[in-house]
Design a protein around this ligand. Structure first.
Ligand code: GAL
Length: 682
């Protein structure tokens, strides 16, 4: 069967924002409430400025109380009511939580964990994407829902399932995994070669002998594990796609999406992104982390990048506390406002929450909501209403683009393969490194896009590879070509180690980047717990300035040999004493740096600063004070103060703050936790 590539229908979301301005609202679960509450909800939504709600995510057992039965009457009423109040609906296929009868009648629809335990109803997500029976039932209810509401004027978007992400190791999964492997490899000999099954006598005679990586006596073959992760993401995507196609098939023309989950490890969002009409993300920022603000900025940059720079939807975030962490701290209204404005700054054109009305029953009874148990006469509801008003003031920002000259390479296969156990160290975490590197740019006010390996890099003057364990020849070639054409490239340690099958590339490493980096390595070693001192070369001036903080390396190092590169820093002690740790190489019109260790922040900052300066890339505001995030989106300049004291930002020119409407000239004071959105338009 040939599959026709999906062409995202991006115009539908744009038309929605043209009509409504920045969308504002949240998940609404009317099936949990009696009819008189619906009326109050609709009135309070209008009062709060809500213009978009997601309905029906967990309503399957209400829509199909017993097999084949349909009860749409309540939903008809809710949609009509919301439409009468001018509130648009993002209507969900209810397929994330099948009714209990499905698992009772068809136990094979239930997922099985790595230990062989079959999971049951009573929570949610109790389905395996590999089950044909689940998929048939999910398609049937989705088709009927779409047929009934495709032309309903309230419905402006479709939301397929919810947070696709589970793994399944049962017999259904084994069957589908084998079929995926057959498609990929064709013959069992090809699979054996790709997986290196001569190690530990794993040679298979037939695909039917291959299993998902269930509980095993010892370490799993990393290539088997990598393919299972790829299969699992693809299998979920297949379930999403068939429901999306069913909605389209009955004539629905609204944009269709599903909600992503930040940097979620079980779904390769580069593969998913072209399959949705608008990128949507669920984002539960943990403000107990000291790096919460920059980490959130990185997630927003990923979402914008997944959509090729187009505006995206913050589908869920929390008004105050969540209820699923062991200890749940509240968010202040100011923090929630700042979180929301940060998302808008980085490309969101919709700010939505989980959820509209706080649940009385069920597992999420203590999760915050726009309308708390205590009702509308609450600080939370008043702050929600104020946020709605702020977002209306930002109408002109909608559809604006964030232009970035810096690209950060990020790849799910690398993340998966690079974090398999049995490496020189398990302390090297891909995402933590990406966060560190991104933070250096965030604090300088430099915009960053994320790119997948092999992406067109021609728009970028700086390309960063914090940690890309797997590197394929075309991706390596495009990095080298970017440098030769004039870009700055910075590559972090333990990159370009393995091929697409997670097998180590032979020879000195990183084999495919050796020429452009002018350096190569011969061993990777875990570094001792105590930081290893680095010695900065006298001629590396920025390095020397940064070294005031004592330059060190930790976690992992490589024994490098310069092959044309300048050595900017060396290991001063330990197993690698005397070996290069930081190098720089001019190649063609550009420059390539290599870090042969996880270096301390001062050294990382100095290298990245040099890489920016070499191609004259600067932040959007000069001399940006600490804690202030600066982002240019279209004609607007967002300044967000994440700190606890007032900050003054010098910004030459005459401005108007869209939030307060105040005119400003050359400098702006921003209170703690506050934000301004400047425009130079009258
Ligand atoms: C999300 C989910 C919502 C709700 C929320 C609570 O993962 O999509 O339905 O459970 O978390 O934080």
């Amino acid at each position: 069967m040939t599959t026709v590539p999906h062409v995202p229908r991006t115009e539908g979301f744009r038309a929605l924002v043209d009509d409504l301005g920045i969308c504002f609202g949240g998940d609404y679960n009317p099936e949990q409430w009696p009819r008189d509450v619906w009326l109050e909800d609709a009135d309070l939504m209008v009062q709060a400025g809500v213009n978009l709600v997601t309905i029906g995510v967990f309503s399957w057992s209400r829509l199909e109380p017993s097999p084949g039965e349909r009860d749409f009457a309540w939903l008809d009423e809710v949609l009509d009511l919301l439409h009468a109040r001018g509130i648009a609906v993002d209507l969900a296929s209810p397929t994330a939580s099948p009714p209990p009868w499905l698992g009772v009648q068809h136990p094979e629809t239930l997922p099985v964990d790595r230990d062989g335990v079959r999971l049951v109803a009573g929570s949610r997500n109790q389905f395996t994407p590999a089950s044909r029976v689940y998929r048939e039932h999910a398609l049937a209810i989705t088709t009927d829902l779409a047929r009934r509401y495709a032309d309903h004027p309230a419905v402006r978007m479709w939301h397929v399932g919810n947070e696709y992400g589970q793994l399944d190791f049962g017999d259904e999964a084994a069957r589908e995994f084998r079929s995926w492997l057959r498609d990929k490899y064709g013959t069992i000999e090809a699979l054996n070669a790709a997986w290196g099954t001569t190690v530990w006598a794993q040679g298979y005679r037939a695909f039917d002998e291959v299993l998902p990586p269930r509980r095993m006596p010892y370490l799993v073959n990393p290539a088997q594990s990598l393919d299972f992760r790829r299969y699992s993401s693809d299998q979920l995507l297949a379930v999403y796609r068939e429901q999306r196609d069913a909605i389209r098939a009955v004539g629905a023309t609204q944009p269709i999406t599903t909600n992503f989950m930040e940097f979620f490890v079980h779904a390769d969002y580069w593969a998913w992104a072209p399959e949705v009409d608008v990128i949507a993300n669920d984002h539960y920022i943990d403000h107990s982390s000291p790096t919460a603000a920059s980490d959130a900025a990185l997630v927003h940059d990923l979402m914008r990048s997944l959509g090729g720079g187009r505006p995206w939807v913050l589908m869920e975030h929390a008004v105050s506390s969540v209820s699923w962490r062991p200890h749940n701290l509240p968010k202040s209204p100011a923090q929630t406002r700042l979180d929301s404005l940060q998302a808008v700054a980085r490309g969101a054109d919709a700010i939505c929450f989980f959820q509209w009305r706080q649940a009385r029953s069920g597992a999420e009874r203590f999760h915050s909501a726009m309308l708390p148990h205590a009702g509308a006469d609450t600080d939370v509801f008043r702050s929600v209403t104020a946020l709605g008003a702020d977002l209306r003031r930002l109408r002109d920002v909608a559809d604006g683009r964030v232009e970035a000259s810096v690209a950060v390479l990020f790849d799910w296969s690398s993340w998966w393969a690079g974090e398999e156990p049995a490496r020189p160290t398990e302390r090297l975490e891909t995402l933590a490194q990406v966060q560190r590197w991104h933070r250096e740019l965030w604090r300088r006010g430099v915009a960053v896009d994320l790119v997948r390996p092999g992406a067109d890099l021609s728009a970028y003057r700086v390309v960063l590879v914090p940690h890309s364990y797997v590197l394929e020849p075309d991706a390596a070639a495009s990095l080298s070509a970017a440098v030769r054409a004039g870009a700055s490239l910075v590559v972090g340690p333990f990159s370009g180690v393995a091929d697409a099958n997670a097998a180590i590339l032979p020879g000195r490493s990183p084999a495919l980047l050796r020429d452009v980096l002018g350096v190569s390595g011969e061993e990777w070693v875990g570094l001792p717990d105590a930081p290893t001192a680095l010695e900065i070369a006298p001629e590396w001036t920025t390095g020397r300035a940064a070294a005031a903080g004592l330059p060190t390396a930790g976690i992992l190092g490589e024994r490098l040999r310069a092959e044309g590169a300048d050595v900017l820093a060396r290991f001063a002690a330990g197993h690698l004493a005397g070996a290069p740790a930081v190098t720089r190489h001019h190649a063609g019109e550009g420059t390539a740096w290599y870090l042969g260790a996880i270096v301390s922040d001062d050294v990382l900052g100095a290298v990245l600063g040099d890489a920016l300066e070499a191609v004259d890339v600067r932040g959007v505001v000069l001399d940006l004070p600490d804690d202030v995030e600066a982002v240019r989106r279209g004609a607007a300049l967002f300044l967000l103060n994440h700190g606890s004291t007032e900050r003054i930002v010098t910004a030459a020119g005459r401005w108007r703050d869209l939030l307060s409407d105040a005119p400003l000239e050359d400098a702006v004071a921003i209170g703690p936790g506050d934000a301004v959105v400047l425009t130079d338009r009258p």
